[in-house]
Design a protein around this ligand. Structure first.
Ligand code: PMV
Length: 284
């Protein structure tokens, strides 16, 4: 059985969403495909390598299988992963692989979990691996579309986006860094989170110019909470000089930056489109 799930772009609200604020998030037209085949042993084949259940090389896949086995006992499975989503870049590759794996397992072993059940387990897998998280990534990979999260309000995002990939980084470490800053400067960081919350709520009603202004403000606030860097700031100001507005998306410290695609894209960028469909079964 082959299942696929989309990646995502957090438009506004990364980090503050971990502390109960709103985020605006959209699934994107890049997908991860996972094929599950009944087997007498556990085997994972992905661009990261060929392993058995291996919580170092394939943490999300291995925890997804472990969590599935708690619900339905299986003796083995072969999982083959093919992904269009760059890894460790803030575009939701980890959640897409988790959600697609759960859907493929669920159908291959006639368990037929609903999307709500898949989302709940994928959230547990995210916590198994990262220790902390808002659940926004598993949510959007499961359900697709564009949403104000966590209140589950569907919105219409009519822009395409340019994305520039920087370098890989760890979500876990960036989330821990923000947690430490918040502990030390509680009121200040909470106020920044409130400002980001207001941005996420205002954005869906904004036209293109105002949306770009919000991109600029949110990036400044991400910088304030320490998830940008001198190199990223420099890159963004170069883009601004060339007439683009851009911000980090996801945990920061690297990953990706994005802006609205207005018919011209910066050098080295690619275009992503909002995607309506969440996890689905693919024809083999
Ligand atoms: O893993 P990323 O880069 O897509 O970041 C997820 C967004 C955070 O807000 C940083 C963490 C979370 O769980 O919401």
């Amino acid at each position: 059985m082959i299942a696929s799930a989309p990646g995502k772009i957090i438009l506004f609200g990364e980090h503050s969403v971990v502390y109960g604020r709103h985020a605006l998030v959209s699934a994107i037209n890049l997908r991860c495909r996972v094929e599950a085949k009944k087997s007498r042993e556990f085997r994972i084949i992905s661009p990261l390598g060929v392993t058995s259940l291996d919580f170092k090389t394939h943490p999300y896949l291995s925890f997804a299988v472990k969590r599935f086995c708690e619900l339905k006992k299986i003796d083995g499975v072969e999982l083959i992963v093919k992904s269009e989503i760059p890894i460790a870049s803030g575009l939701g590759s980890s959640s897409a692989v988790t959600v697609a794996t759960l859907k493929a397992l669920s159908e291959e072993f006639d368990f037929h979990m609903s999307n709500e059940e898949i989302f709940e387990i994928a959230k547990k897998v995210e916590l198994d691996v990262q220790g902390r998280g808002s659940g926004i990534d598993p949510f959007i990979s499961t359900f697709g579309g564009s949403w104000i999260f966590p209140e589950r309000r569907r919105v219409d995002i009519s822009f395409d986006f340019f994305v520039i990939r920087l370098w890989e980084r760890s979500t876990k470490l960036m989330v821990e860094k923000v947690a430490k800053l918040r502990e030390k400067n509680f009121e200040i960081v909470e106020s920044i989170f409130d400002a980001i919350d207001a941005i996420a709520l205002k954005a869906p009603e904004s036209g293109i110019e105002d949306f770009e202004e919000l991109i600029h403000i949110n990036q400044s606030l991400l910088r304030a909470i320490g998830v940008s860097s001198a190199e990223i700031d420099e890159m963004i100001s170069k883009l601004e000089k060339a007439g683009f507005k851009a911000k980090l998306t996801g945990a920061g410290g690297g990953g990706c930056i994005f802006g609205i695609y207005r018919g011209k894209r910066p050098e080295g960028s690619f275009i992503v489109k909002p995607e309506r469909e969440g996890v689905r079964i693919e024809d083999s």
